[in-house]
Design a protein around this ligand. Structure first.
Ligand code: C5P
Length: 223
């Protein structure tokens, strides 16, 4: 299983979601935003998650049901049959996601949900551990990178576009992203890192069309 999966991993603000949508549209398959899944777990478990008992964590997790609706750019992640809203897109929720993402029970829950969705359909799967842990046998694996300043600027542009209130300064956002990346790269389980067989792409030197072309070239070359 999982041969027909494209994995896109990399740090925050590197363009994974943008590329996942574009690729899903071109390949006519759904995309799966696994960061959104960790964000939902973070919101449900809350700030006290790391102090909760294992039993309470599991009870909260079991009440969360993820599914995918539609395909291509219009794919929607449903949580308990309701489409995800933009309220999960703040950096506060991103950090909460990163913190609950250090808990083995949360990782196991998300991994099983993700693999369950990947069994049912080909997917573009984007996150931190798609190529390393969740879909190690995927046929196409990419790891996107870009300098921290570029990623912070992209995130700020996204927040502006969403009409977010209380925009952070670029410096604050860069510091928050750096702290989150550090936590993601240094955690014990499923740390952020490229799979050995992933293709590395620096998205700082290319625009959106350029990155998309590179990805499609590699996929076509692999057949
Ligand atoms: O991609 P996004 O910024 O929405 O991810 C939020 C957080 O969720 C990440 O910083 C990371 O800690 C966690 N995450 C993860 N594994 C994934 C996707 C996201 O641990 N596959």
């Amino acid at each position: 299983p999982f041969r027909h999966i494209v994995t896109l991993d990399g740090p925050a603000g590197v363009g994974k979601t943008t590329m996942a949508k574009r690729l899903a549209g071109a390949l006519r398959i759904p995309y799966m935003d696994t960061g959104a899944m960790y964000r939902v777990c973070g919101m449900r478990l809350g700030e006290e998650a790391t102090a909760m008992s294992e039993a309470d964590i599991l009870q909260t997790l079991r009440a969360i049901h993820f599914s995918l609706d539609g395909s291509g750019e219009g794919t929607r992640l449903l949580v308990d049959d309701v489409p995800m809203g933009d309220e999960i897109r703040t950096e506060r929720v991103g950090m909460l996601a990163s913190t609950v993402g250090t808990l083995p029970s949360v990782r196991a829950y998300c991994r099983e949900a993700q693999q369950g969705l990947g069994v049912a359909t080909p997917l573009v799967a984007e996150g931190r551990d798609m190529g390393t842990v969740v879909f190690p046998r995927a046929a196409y694996k990419f790891f996107l990178e870009a300098a921290p300043e570029i990623r912070a600027q992209r995130r700020l542009d996204q927040l502006k576009e969403m009409g977010a209130s209380d925009l952070p300064s670029l410096d604050d956002l860069a510091a928050q992203i750096a702290a989150r990346d550090h936590q993601d790269r240094t955690r014990k389980e499923a740390p952020l890192k490229p799979a050995e067989d992933a293709i590395l792409i620096d998205t700082g030197k290319l625009d959106v069309d350029g990155v998309f072309k590179r990805l499609m070239q590699e996929i076509k070359a692999a057949g």
